[in-house]
Design a protein around this ligand. Structure first.
Ligand code: SF4
Length: 652
């Protein structure tokens, strides 16, 4: 049977992003990078939990079940249920004129319909007024609102007499969870076909959920605005836009979209092979008449933090770095430092001259390092912010700080993994114990403290606010401690800049160091391999076991080596972190409930923390995941130490 080519709501949204994508979508010959992105997958998991929570408030709701592809059958089942005067349906399906939608929650009372779209996004419901700004724009909410506008359009075609009211059901940042363990009532699991599902206790009722943390936000005004003015594409009416997309998708005709800055992050950007095409390469070769290899040249949008790239690409057709000159940047120099624009110029010039050597402002870096006070303290936090709080008293997306690692570098070169903290006890809000442990650890000396980028400062500011609303006996001391090691962020009620305000190693990198190996990224996951690649000192030192390099570790054995080579290439130390459940038998693995296999990035650490909230997890499995978290966080602070050691090598 030939597959029906229907314009579904996800295809409609994809077309809004770039209409050409309609041609590539769901074709096996075009790979889609989003299909295998673990970070997107973990985000999606939070969405499933919120959807399940939202359904709880409609206990009589009936879900439309069936194979996703069997559109007609799903629509028929919905239609049958809709014969009832009053009903609530989850995933109600509508099919008309080759348009297909499913509605998260449909609440019908006669002809009055509530169309409820559930999102794991958050809002301050008390102060919210409208998503429309003065110019008729809708900012970051545009795609969600267009999604609902499409749903309402299709539903109204099916049932012209219905009075449809549209709502978003969102996590309310003004609401406080009144029960413990709310998040874990909606357990994420993978079905046998590897699709995410949610398991909740059979006996669960609304009463078990405490006070609601989701809010219903009426969006009728916004949907009316889209239907009438189609602000994203005012040349066409909303209906014309849908028909335009539908016609091209149905007939499998590619809509030509000029390439440009919007191609950054295109999910069809893959490496073409004889069996797999890359939609990105197809678009770019077609428009520029260049070979696929030439298309792979570095693009203008890859210049780090370059605001001018959009204009240059979209208006002047300067798509590649080799087309850029100094005149394209507004060059501003800073004495003794690499300014943002100078850094961009260095990146462009090194790229264009095939120069792979790092650029370092040695004198400036030396002066910076000379201002540091030994012993040096390197800290890193692992934190979580989820839509459905883990513990009572917390709000959606409130920061939970569950882990830190602390390395100390002494003036004589000794490096100590000095302390660490990890609290994964289900139902415990860890932040106050976390900050107490951090205080104890950092007050062991008076040396400089280092973080990598803003996260640690943001988190201690969040804990500051949480403490102000707490009854902790040592609140005053903890507040003073936070002030001593941080500065206030923009939304803080008071102003401070601590005498030991954490030094941002990311900023040190940005101010004094550029390595083409990083391709312009200053993230620690890019800077560490670059430093290891350039530094004879690091290569020599870290290819020896821990016991031989004046280093202590709390989580790795004495004979562990952080640096390994493969075919003369250094392996990124994060890639050699031991997998979880190594040497577990199949029988033991079958009894695990976490569905984790490694913790080698921040996203995996978040997922691990969430899974550790499962009360019923065996202590053996719990310990295994904790060990993985501890190793990962230790490596994060050791990575900062390695970058410091590289800089010391450079200035001496
Ligand atoms: S490469 Fe650009 S034009 Fe082509 S599908 Fe992707 S975003 Fe659209």
């Amino acid at each position: 049977m030939k597959k029906q080519r229907l314009l579904t709501k996800s295809r409609f949204k994809q077309a809004l992003d770039c209409p050409t994508k309609l041609y590539y979508t769901k074709k096996s010959e075009y790979e889609n990078t989003q299909d295998s992105d673990p970070f997107l997958e973990s985000l999606a998991q939070g969405g499933f939990q919120v959807e399940e929570l939202a359904r709880m408030y409609f206990p009589d709701g009936i879900a439309i079940l069936g194979e996703d592809w069997n559109y007609q059958s799903l629509a028929d089942k919905t239609q049958e249920l809709l014969l009832q005067e009053n009903i609530t349906i989850f995933e109600a399906a509508f099919l008309i004129n080759d348009l297909f939608i499913r509605v998260d929650i449909l609440h019908k009372q006669g002809n009055n319909i509530r169309l409820i779209e559930v999102k794991d996004k958050s809002i301050n419901a008390t102060s919210h007024n409208s998503f429309l700004n003065k110019n008729g724009g809708m900012g970051g909410w545009t795609s969600y609102l267009y999604d609902v506008a499409f749903q309402k359009y299709v539903m109204q075609l099916c049932y012209p007499d219905w009075k449809i009211s549209c709502e978003l059901n969102l996590a309310n940042k003004d609401a406080v969870a009144s029960v413990n363990g709310l998040n874990q009532l909606f357990r994420i699991t993978q079905n046998s076909d590897l699709r995410t599902g949610i398991i909740k206790p059979d006996s669960l009722t609304i009463d078990d959920l405490g006070k609601p943390i989701l809010a219903y936000i009426n969006i009728n005004q916004e949907i009316e605005h889209i239907h009438t003015n189609n602000p994203l594409n005012p040349d066409k009416s909303f209906e014309e836009l849908i028909n335009f997309y539908l016609h091209h998708y149905k007939m499998d005709i590619k809509i030509f979209t000029p390439i440009g800055h919007h191609c950054k992050g295109c999910e069809f950007h893959t490496t073409p092979t004889p069996s797999q095409k890359s939609g990105f390469h197809e678009c770019w070769t077609h428009q520029l008449n260049l070979s696929e290899i030439k298309i792979d040249s570095p693009k203008t949008y890859e210049v780090n933090n370059f605001r001018g790239s959009k204009k240059l690409m979209n208006e002047e057709e300067k798509f590649f770095m080799h087309q850029l000159t100094e005149n394209d940047l507004s060059l501003k120099l800073e004495a003794g430092k690499i300014s943002t624009s100078e850094r961009q110029l260095i990146q462009i010039e090194k790229e264009n001259n095939n120069d792979t050597t790092p650029h370092i402002e040695i004198e400036g870096l030396r002066n910076e390092i000379n201002s540091w006070v030994y012993p040096l303290n390197f800290i890193d936090f692992e934190t979580s912010a989820v839509a459905i709080p883990f513990t009572k008293g917390r709000t959606p997306y409130e920061q939970t700080a569950f882990q830190f690692s602390h390395h100390i570098v002494y003036e004589d070169g000794r490096i100590e993994h000095f302390s660490e903290y990890l609290n994964t006890s289900p139902g415990e809000f860890p932040n106050f114990d976390f900050i107490r442990a951090l205080k104890k650890s950092l007050e062991s000396n008076n040396g400089s403290i280092f973080r990598y980028h803003n996260h640690e400062n943001t988190i201690v500011n969040a804990i500051y606010k949480q403490l102000l609303n707490s009854n902790e006996p040592d609140t005053e001391e903890l507040l003073e401690f936070i002030k001593s090691i941080s500065h206030n962020t923009g939304n803080s009620s008071s102003t401070w800049s601590g005498e030991r305000d954490m030094i941002d190693l990311w900023k040190v990198v940005k101010d004094y160091y550029y390595d083409p190996y990083t391709k312009g990224s200053n993230s620690i996951k890019s800077v560490l391999p670059a430093a290891l690649n350039s530094s004879a000192f690091l290569q020599n030192k870290y290819s020896k076991p821990i016991k031989d390099i004046n280093l202590t570790s709390k989580n790795f054995p004495d004979d562990f080596t952080f640096l390994k080579m493969e075919e003369n290439q250094i392996i990124n130390p994060y890639k050699i972190l031991p997998p979880l459940f190594n040497n577990w038998t199949d029988e033991q693995l079958e009894q695990t409930i976490s569905e984790l296999d490694e913790i080698a990035n921040g996203g995996a650490a978040l997922v691990a923390y969430a899974k550790l909230q499962y009360q019923e997890m065996s202590s053996k499995e719990r310990n295994e995941i904790k060990k993985g978290l501890l190793k990962y966080c230790e490596l994060d602070t050791l990575a900062m130490v390695m970058i410091y050691e590289y800089f010391m090598e450079v200035i001496n």
